[in-house]
Design a protein around this ligand. Sequence first.
Ligand code: UGA
Ligand code: MN
Length: 297
Amino acid sequence: MNELEAKEKNINFISKRLDFLQTTLRRQYPYAVDYISQITDDDLPTIYAITPTYTRHVQKAELTRLSQTFLHIKNLHWIVVEDSENKTPLVAKFLERSGVVFTHLNTKTPQYYQLGENDPSWLKPRGVEQRNLAIDWLVKNVDANKEPGVVYFADDDNTYDLQIFHEMRNTQTVSVWPVGIVGGLKFERPLVNAEQKVYAWYTAWKPERPFAIDMAGFAINLLLVQQNSEARFDIKAPRGYIESSYLIKIVKMEDLEPKAGLCTKVYVWHTRTEKPKWKQEDILIKQGNPSDPNIEV
Ligand code: UGA
Ligand code: MN
């Protein structure tokens, strides 16, 4: 091994060690996360990960999984938007301790669009007003000309490989990639031609959609979001057309940037969490003797 190779190996090793230390420090000293980020983050575009979330039994578990993925990502700013009248103490406390740079917002989905207790989940669109509020925030509070950024809509129940954040980091317009376990298929993906351009969608469900892609399958340069400052997701869009309702306003298919090995690799999965069995707890609640309410789950 020549001297140069040895040095390179050493630098890689030190850099890995720094990454590990950074993640550990964020967990240990969440109140100092801005300071830690200043020291350890590189000169990279910020990834703004937008997560709509709502109160339910598995919420804290979902947020834990997500935040501990994000801990590993440099220059990530998490915009968490609660679907609620007020910010809940559970989420507020959770974010304070998460070790992730965050902004906490809330807006309640209008009554008409809210899912009923026993409605199938596909009946109404989910997370739309929340994502739109996050776009409002990004338009008002960041200047993409001074601070480059990338916007990603990261639902709280999906599963994210760290690689997907590397793939999206240098998005110039809108980058796209496959999503696993979605639309009744093993995966959906953009189809890429010999010129490395997206020309169609591999999907079984409503292939006529202009952007037949799940929310988890694309990221947008913040400049584009700000240049189209009036564009939002349309809550009235037909089922399956929410993603398209925003993307058609800001990008053309030929300008999409295929990532993840020209859309041949799956780095994000549209996992969905089973609703937990709560029957015994309900019985206890009825008896006025619920499990210790001081233990947050
Ligand atoms: C699919 C897509 O992956 C979503 O991005 C899209 O919003 C949704 O369909 C839709 O068509 O509206 P799916 O897994 O069926 O997603 O939806 P959820 O994961 O249940 O909800 C998406 C996001 O909205 C989650 O982050 C969830 O926490 C949030 N949400 C859900 C709310 O904020 N309020 C709700 O009442 C329900
Ligand atoms: Mn989901």
